[in-house]
Design a protein around this ligand. Structure first.
Ligand code: F6P
Length: 361
C-alpha cells in the first residue's frame, strides 16, 4: 500500500491544539506528496453515511492558534471503548468492520487518530482489526501513562491559573473563601499544576481523599495570620474520605460518567463549618475552549510531524509520546488503559506540602 492518502480523525472531548496537530500532519504529509482527508464528527464519520473533507494544504492558514477542531468530534456514538468510571469495553466487530470498509472506500493508506484514553482505545481496537493507524495523545486531563504530557493540558492549566489570579483579588477584597472546581477526571494534574501556579491555599485531588477538618484548620491558620481569605482548588474527581465520586446529570448508557458538583459540596460544607462567606466557581469547558498556549502549539506541531514520520516508516499501531526530553513513540497497546495519576511521593505533592498547602489529608 502506498502512503499517498492519509485520514485524520479527532475523537472524544475537544481541547486546545487539535487544529494545530491537524495542520502539522496535513502540512508534513503534503510535503511528502500525500493527500490528507479529514474524517468529520469523530470515528462515526468513517461509517455510513460517511462524512469527510479533503484537507487542502492552502486551506490550512490560521489553524495553529485556532481552538476546537475543524473536523468536529464526539464522545458518544457507535464507538464507545470507555464507559462508566473509565471501564474498558470492546467495540462490536460489525462496527470495526464498517470502519475498515470506510477507510478502504476512502482509499486511506493510514489513519492518524488524535484522542485521549477513550479514543486511543478505539484506535487500538481498529489497529488490531487491521487498520494502519498511529495515535496522537490529546487530553486536558494529562492522564495517559505513556507520555509525560498530553497536548491541551498546558492550555487548560493556563486557563485555571488565570481564573485563580482573578479569584485571588475578589476573595481578598471580600474576605471570602473561593472554591474553584477544575476538570481532570480521575487525575489531579490540572488541580495541582494550577494550584501551585496560582498560589492556592488548599488543593483537593482525586489521589488524596480529603477530610474537612484539615481544610478548616488551614483556613483558621490563615485567619490567625491575618489572611482573611482562602483559595481552594477542587478537582472534579476529588472525594471526601469514604465518599463517592460526585457526578452531574443522569448516567447515560455507553458513555463515561460525567463528573462535577464536588466543588459546590465543598463550598457549602466549608461555609457551614467556618462561618466564612464562601463562593464556588466551576471552570468547566472554559478549560477546553480557546486556542492553545505556546507550549501546546509547539508540542502539537512536533506530535503531528512525528505521526507522519511513523506512517512513512510503516510503524503502525503506535502512539507518539513526549518523554520530557524528546518526542518518540510507544505501542498503542502499551499506551491505553493505564492512567497516569499524580504520584503521592512526586515533586508536585512534595512541593505543595513544603509550602504548607493543604492537600486535604
Ligand atoms: O476528558 C476531558 C474532560 O474535559 C474531563 O476533564 C471532563 O470530565 C470531561 O471531559 C467532560 O466531558 P463533556 O464534554 O462530555 O462534558
Amino acid at each position: 500500500m502506498g502512503q499517498d492518502r492519509i485520514g485524520i480523525v479527532t475523537g472524544g472531548g475537544d481541547c486546545p491544539g487539535l487544529n494545530a496537530v491537524i495542520r502539522a500532519v496535513a502540512k508534513a504529509a503534503h510535503r511528502r506528496g500525500w493527500e490528507s482527508v479529514g474524517i468529520l464528527g469523530g470515528y462515526d464519520g468513517l461509517l455510513e453515511p460517511r462524512r469527510h473533507r479533503p484537507l487542502d494544504y492552502r486551506e490550512l492558514g490560521g489553524l495553529l492558534q485556532r481552538g476546537g477542531t475543524i473536523l468536529g468530534t464526539s464522545n458518544r456514538g457507535r464507538f464507545a471503548a470507555k464507559v462508566g468510571h473509565g471501564d474498558a469495553q470492546r467495540i462490536p466487530s460489525e462496527v470495526l468492520d464498517a470502519a475498515k470498509r470506510g477507510c478502504e472506500t476512502l482509499g486511506l493508506s493510514a489513519l492518524v487518530a488524535i484522542g485521549g484514553d477513550g479514543s486511543l482505545s478505539i484506535a487500538q481496537q481498529l489497529s488490531e482489526h487491521g487498520i494502519p493507524i498511529v495515535g496522537v495523545p490529546k487530553t486536558i486531563d494529562n492522564d495517559l501513562a505513556a507520555t509525560v504530557m498530553t497536548f491541551g493540558f498546558d492550555s487548560a492549566v493556563a486557563c485555571a491559573t488565570d481564573a485563580l489570579d482573578r479569584l485571588h483579588t475578589t476573595a481578598e477584597s471580600h474576605e471570602r473563601v473561593m472554591v474553584l472546581e477544575v476538570m481532570g477526571r480521575y487525575a489531579g494534574w490540572i488541580a495541582i499544576y494550577a494550584g501551585l501556579a496560582g498560589g492556592a491555599d488548599v488543593i483537593l485531588i482525586p489521589e488524596i481523599p480529603f477530610r474537612y477538618e484539615g481544610i478548616c484548620a488551614k483556613i483558621a491558620e490563615r485567619e490567625r495570620l491575618g489572611r482573611h481569605f482562602s483559595i481552594v482548588v477542587v478537582a472534579e474527581g476529588a472525594r471526601a474520605e469514604g465518599g463517592e465520586f460526585v457526578t452531574s446529570g443522569a448516567e447515560e448508557q455507553n458513555r463515561e460518567a460525567r463528573l462535577g458538583g464536588i466543588g459546590a459540596q465543598v463550598a457549602a460544607e466549608l461555609e457551614r463549618r467556618t462561618g466564612k462567606e464562601t463562593r464556588i466557581v466551576v471552570l468547566g469547558h472554559l478549560q477546553r475552549g480557546g486556542g492553545p498556549t505556546n507550549f501546546d502549539r509547539a508540542l502539537c506541531t512536533i506530535f503531528g510531524t512525528t505521526a507522519v514520520e511513523l506512517i512513512a516508516g510503516g510503524d503502525f499501531g503506535r502512539m507518539v509520546t513526549y518523554t520530557g526530553a524528546q518526542v518518540t513513540s510507544v505501542k498503542l497497546s502499551d499506551a491505553v488503559g493505564q492512567l497516569r495519576r499524580v504520584p503521592l511521593d512526586g515533586g508536585f505533592v512534595r512541593s505543595a506540602r513544603a509550602l504548607g498547602i493543604c492537600l486535604g489529608d
